[in-house]
Design a protein around this ligand. Structure first.
Ligand code: TYM
Length: 335
């Protein structure tokens, strides 16, 4: 018999990524890298959140391909379908149903003050739809359906996990204990990888390609983007987010892909110029992302296999989601 304190706790983990836009190293370092580590010892569910993607401008005829491509990204980046459940959000209808039910207990004021809503309303002025405002409620539904303990995400999603916690507590208070109250899990470093062209802004899928390194960028693209990355005045290679945001961002990326600490890197590049740092970082990234490119090419020829993984994932997710929604409906007085 194992002693209580020594038993490793198995956590329920949930996270997701939108299918639109090419994934970049920020998505990898902020989210997917954590997933790959967490899947070893925990019950993980990783979702392709296509319903969230409908809130920003997109082309319907490309959506299915983008979804399949994201499944391929998950697999190429190391998510193991034998250890984790991978599925498409819209294929488990309980996500939409729970989102509606949670809508009825969420104050509009809480949604209005969400940073992402404010930013996206500015970015897509012609399309400030209700879905954009209600986006965090659908995210809360995603997380709460699976009785999640932890949600591995980058910094920009932390506020959405906070509102999910508030919604869960409110529901439990009003209708009786139903949901676990989840926690966000941010990586120690890399929770906010910055843009290569505007290093005081986060790297984003919706900004121009030169501002980010795509997970599947070809070697020449990686080299060109890193060599052109905005650095700072001065010459020394030192980490200082406020005074040297550009160099600090490059050092963070270097550190996370090499496993060397920032201090070690400062020592390595002492007395050397920015061009040398950039050249070395390009080589590191080209090598580190090589297996992603190779695995993606392999998986692109195995569409049936990837679709089967999503189907198996859907079935597993459906079982958990149905059980939670049955409880929620009962508690809310529905049949
Ligand atoms: P999305 O698709 O915008 O981003 C996916 C993940 O990547 C992280 N991320 C970053 N991390 C570090 N540096 C960056 N520059 C950077 N940019 C993005 C994000 O924090 C995220 O973890 N709403 C979510 C998707 C979602 C979700 C969920 C996540 C829907 N339901 C439930 C967790 C749980 C989103 O749009 O992520």
């Amino acid at each position: 018999m194992t002693t209580r304190g020594l038993t490793p706790t198995i956590m329920k983990v949930f996270s997701g990524i939108q299918p639109t836009g090419a994934l970049h190293i920020g998505n990898y370092l902020g989210a997917i890298k954590q997933w790959v580590e967490l899947q070893e010892k925990n019950e993980c569910v990783f979702c392709i959140v296509d319903l969230h993607a409908l809130t920003s401008p997109y082309q319907p005829e490309t959506l299915q391909n983008l979804i399949l491509e994201k499944a391929i990204v998950y697999l190429a980046a190391g998510v193991n379908p034998e250890k984790a459940t991978i599925f498409v959000q819209s294929e488990v209808k309980e996500h939409s149903e729970l989102a509606w039910l949670l809508n009825t207990i969420t104050p509009i004021g809480d949604l209005n003050r969400m940073t992402q809503y404010k930013e996206k309303s500015k970015k897509f002025k012609q399309n400030v739809n209700a879905g954009l405002l209600n986006y965090p409620i659908l995210m809360a539904a995603d997380i709460l359906l699976y009785q999640t303990d932890i949600v591995p995400v980058g910094q920009d999603q932390k506020q959405h996990i906070e509102i999910t916690r508030t919604i869960a507590r409110k529901f439990n208070q009003k209708f009786g204990q139903t949901f676990k109250v989840p926690e966000a899990k941010l990586p120690n470093a890399g929770a906010k990888i910055m843009s290569l062209t505007q290093p005081t802004k986060k790297m984003s899928k919706t900004d121009p390609p030169e501002s980010r390194i795509g997970l599947f960028d070809e070697p020449e693209e990686i080299k060109a983007k890193i060599m052109k990355a905005v650095t700072d005045t001065g010459k020394t290679i030192k980490y200082n987010e406020k005074l040297k945001p550009g160099v600090s961002n490059l050092l963070t990326i270097y550190s996370l892909f090499s496993g060397k600490t920032v201090k070690e890197l400062e020592k390595k590049f002492k007395g050397k110029g920015y061009a040398e740092l950039k050249k070395s970082l390009s080589e590191l990234l080209i090598n580190s992302l090589e297996s992603f490119r190779r695995k993606k090419k392999e998986l692109l020829c195995r569409e049936v296999y990837v679709k089967e993984i999503l189907e198996q994932g859907r079935k597993r997710a459906q079982i958990i989601a149905s059980s939670t929604i049955a409880d929620v409906r009962k508690k809310m007085g529905l049949t």
